[in-house]
Design a protein around this ligand. Structure first.
Ligand code: NAP
Length: 530
């Protein structure tokens, strides 16, 4: 398949009516062909109308058919073959192994959601049968299930051109729920976005989906993104990106005549706590693991370990010296785009200039290298300075981390208490050591969505038990994950049918339980027919 620069609206590929632009190769700074179109406000309206028109059919479609669509999406993405890998590499500067790995993750995610909806648990069916003779009042027949919330807008993330973009976790979970999806593609990888949308469009055609079930719109966030989120037909939004962008969308959605939920993932420091015995035993090994995690993907992961905390000791000094040695050998890596490189350099410069902050180590110089390169950086500061200065808790999106040295466990606790919400928190502890840190563990767990022990936070498994979320400002809704099968819950809403005619029940609520799913019947989980 070739890149046409068109938009996908109501199942048709159409030229954008609001001008054009070109993708940029971040490794060279050169523009890539072809020219790509931007959607006009009128085209956004057409796409939203098509999504609304598809909504009823798509919501009520059998889970078997929707699962077939998700599997076909995975097959068609794989069938794109080498051109997809090459274009994604050219648009992101990410290496082949990462892109191929991410493609596998994307397809695995689509297939996992297909399996999930076939099991039916996501419907959370609850049935309380009628009690006509109950005193003092009879109970009517009540049947509850989840259903699709309606058309969903997905903002593709810059840092996962496949797994969190056009066919990424937000799209897969919304389609699985039965919601038409309107993707606002990220302009950092538009050709990749179009190729993946071509695969989804083909899968939709082959499996007989309604034309408006999936659309791809490219263009500026302030125009296309805002028009999508403001459209009355849209019922929810998924977003991964900056705090400023995410909060703009949250406010916009809240101020609509009909406010809608916006699930934003906006960044995290991912604090890593090094307890004394673990440090004493393994300072060098921990330092090596930390630098590996910090530099993965040029640090452009929301789970990057951007903050490390330990109690001052000879072992912490060994950790810092070893981390500095490893970091100094790291090359400056190509970042995703010029804006992200600039934001990274400014962020590091801003934090480095704060009182008490030392630039302890830097990686190789970017000078002389082509493209938008970011230099790995390790900064250090005392806990006293860290706690006193909120500016030090700003995310540096890229391969930089701030090490906070505490005088004692009380100061370590105070430093953790000063933190806002995070996606992850990590504790390194020797066997039995955690037992002495009950309060610290509780404080950390109240601030994070995922608590890890003796590992590093990069690498987010796509599975049933994952929680990739966390308290604000890491996300705008602490109750939900954006990775793993529980992500489908964001795009569902419950409905209760009371005293409804038995012959009109949707399949999940029918007496015979034709889908053979687990249901809570009169308070007991059961697969039995009524
Ligand atoms: P971004 O600037 O927030 O953009 C993400 C998406 O939202 C883009 O499609 C963008 O459209 C749109 N958008 C941004 N501001 C908007 C607004 N005011 N109204 C409507 N739409 C808006 O994020 P990014 O481009 O991926 O990277 C920028 C920074 O975000 C990074 O330097 C990093 O700090 C952070 N980031 C965080 C994560 C994370 O995992 N938490 C991931 C990636 C980036 P346009 O491109 O047209 O503006």
């Amino acid at each position: 398949m070739t890149i046409t620069g068109k938009l996908l609206i109501n199942g048709e590929w159409i030229d954008g009516q609001a001008g054009s632009y070109r993708a940029v190769d971040p490794a060279t700074g050169q523009e890539l062909s072809p020219a790509l179109g931007k959607a006009s406000t009128e085209q956004v309206k057409q796409a939203v109308a098509a999504a609304e028109a598809a909504s009823s059919t798509f919501r009520r479609m059998s889970v078997q058919k929707r699962a077939g669509f998700l599997r076909a999406c995975a097959e068609e993405i794989m069938a794109l073959g080498e051109p997809l890998v090459e274009r994604a590499m050219a648009e992101t500067g990410l290496p082949r192994a990462r892109i191929e790995g991410e493609r596998g993750r994307t397809c695995g995610q689509l297939n996992l959601f297909a399996d999930t909806i076939l099991k039916g648990d996501f419907l959370d069916v609850r049935i309380d049968t009628a009690l006509p003779d109950r005193q003092p009042l009879p109970r009517p027949d009540l049947r509850y299930m989840n259903q699709a919330i309606g058309p969903v807008v997905v903002f593709g993330a810059s840092n996962f051109p496949l797994a969190f973009s056009v066919a990424g976790g937000d799209t897969a979970s919304a389609l699985a729920a039965g919601c038409p999806v309107l993707v606002k593609g990220h302009s950092s990888h538009p050709g990749t976005s179009e190729l993946v949308a071509q695969a989804i469009a083909k899968a939709a055609r082959v499996t007989g989906m309604p034309a408006g079930a999936f659309s791809l719109l490219m263009g500026s966030g302030r125009e296309v993104g805002t028009a999508l989120v403001s459209a009355p037909e849209v019922k929810a939004v998924g977003f991964t990106g900056s705090f400023a962008g995410g909060m703009t969308l949250v406010r916009l959605a809240a101020e609509r005549p009909e406010p809608i939920p916006v699930f934003t993932e906006m960044g995290s420091l991912n604090p890593v706590v090094l307890l004394p015995e673990a440090l004493d035993r393994d300072a060098e090994k921990l330092a090596e693991g930390f630098i590996g995690s910090l530099n993965m993907g040029v640090g452009q992961f929301c789970t990057n370990p951007g903050l490390v905390l330990g109690i001052g000791s000879p072992a912490l000094d060994r950790f810092v010296a070893s981390a500095a040695r490893h970091l100094a050998q790291q090359p400056a890596g190509v970042m995703l785009n010029e804006g992200i490189r600039q934001a990274y350099s400014q962020g590091v410069a801003s934090i480095s200039s704060q009182p008490g902050v030392n630039k302890t180590a830097v990686g190789e110089e970017p000078e002389g290298k082509s493209g938008f390169c970011g230099q790995p950086t390790l900064l250090t500061v005392s806990a006293t300075d860290f706690i006193a200065n909120h500016a030090l808790a700003e995310e540096m999106f890229g391969p930089a981390s701030l090490l906070v040295s505490c005088r004692n466990s009380g100061e370590l606790l105070a430093a953790l208490k000063s933190l806002g919400g995070q996606l992850t928190g990590t504790i390194h502890a020797a066997a039995g050591e955690m037992a002495g840190y009950d309060e610290l563990i509780d404080v950390l767990s109240q601030r994070v969505g995922r608590l890890l022990v003796n590992g590093f936070p990069t690498g987010v498994e796509v599975c049933h038990a994952m929680n990739h979320g966390g308290p604000f400002p890491a996300t705008s809704d602490v109750r939900f994950t954006s990775v793993g099968t529980a992500a489908i819950q964001r795009f569902l809403r419950p409905i209760c049918l009371q005293n409804y005619p038995g012959d009109l029940f949707p399949e999940p609520l029918q007496d015979s339980n034709p889908l053979n799913i687990w249901r809570l019947v009169n308070g007991e989980l059961s697969k039995a027919a009524l």
